[in-house]
Design a binder for this molecule. Sequence first.
Ligand code: SAM
Ligand code: SF4
Length: 457
Amino acid sequence: MKRRVYIETYGCQMNEHDTERMLRLLEGISYSETKEPRDADFILINTCSVREKPEHKVYSALGRFKRLKEENGVIIGVAGCVAQQEGERLLDRIPYLDMVIGTQAIPMLPQLLQAIEVSGKRVCETSFGKNGKYLGAILAQKPLDKIKSYVTIMQGCDHFCSFCIVPYVRGREQSRPSREIIEEVTHLAGMGLKEICLLGQNVNGYGKGFEEEISFSELLKRVNAIAGIERIRFTTSHPRDLSEGLIRVYSSLSKVCEHIHLPFQSGSNKILKAMHRGYTRELYLEKIDRLRETCPSIAVTADVIVGFPGEEEEDFSETLDLIEKVRFDDLFSFKYSARKGTRAAEFEDRVEEKVKQNRLSILQEIQREITLQKNQALVGSVEEILVEGPSKQSDRDVTGRTRSNKIVNGEGDIKSLAGKLAPVRIIKAFPHSVRGEILDRNKIESQVTDTIYVAMP
Ligand code: SAM
Ligand code: SF4
């Protein structure tokens, strides 16, 4: 019997990717996806607990679905980091919840769901390490209606930054065998996908403590050799583990896109130490210099936290100073939020909420201006975009990203352009995107600068 699942996803790319894997697993037991919770036989909320705000969303989402449970008996589950952290407590707290499934229990989803369907009993599975297959991909059997995809290369994290819940809810760092990764990317290329993003909390640490002797740069080299894949991205990099070998891939591997996401979290050495980040602002700035020497067109984005315990005005000024020095293409900025179980949650000298909010606003205003200036600097240049789909603003427009990960919208026929690499002349800049004019590749080959089509090694 055909049934339908509705999944609501909060949080990072890791969660988005887990949702995709769960959908594929559920397809195997005759579930198809619906975007309408009212039509679903199974509602799953894939949660995030990295900060307080997304964590609270799970409870309001559950509140919304209570009525549906009463009306049609829909099965309701919670997955992801909140599920991992709260476990049985969630079942106790929410009487109409049927399933709690932890971050490493994803391969067990079909059997857990079938057990509920048969017995009506509530289930909670949050054990770590029982599922050797956690990282294994579920390969799609039919062509995906997609142009790009994430590929998990590792799970968990060993860094234990003092503010971060990830090592507790995702477990310790564990790399996935390169053979499996290559198999999955080759499979995706065979289905017509053009871009892949290698995913892990700390991709630079790939291969550490692994029986297979392989570094992340070596893995990239192997992925670069797969025919059909045109672009390679990866996230997230950690400044401490960003090696010279990895910096050099930006000039030696033609498919690696000119973009790095390199969170710095704070510009103050005192705060970096309290965060247990393992680097100084000087080291961070040195790595940025090396990246720009190796690849002058590289776009740099990062994460930053304001209001970490003990952050004084001068520490915050150092964060602003680092932002002005680096001139990031974009920044993801967060107010510190204490996470139960992490070391920083025990720290005293908390920063007042209104001070945090004020610092966040100042920082975001500065970054907004830098991002706009960076986008304005592109006007007049020709960039290559991978066309991803119709634009949200107008059905006459298509949308895509440059190799440096800038969003470009421009007039074009989506039927003929979807999944294609197209040269685009940038004509206008906005705070979050740019507008471009799609060019005829044959007519412009001679005009294209080598910063756009990266020189082959
Ligand atoms: N592994 C990545 C790294 O080391 O940068 C990022 C992991 S985390 C899911 C994404 C971002 O959330 C972090 O870079 C950090 O800026 C932010 N974050 C994590 N814990 C936080 C907390 N307790 N309060 C505020 N922001 C937090
Ligand atoms: Fe969290 Fe730090 Fe690990 Fe990133 S490196 S996931 S911030 S503990």
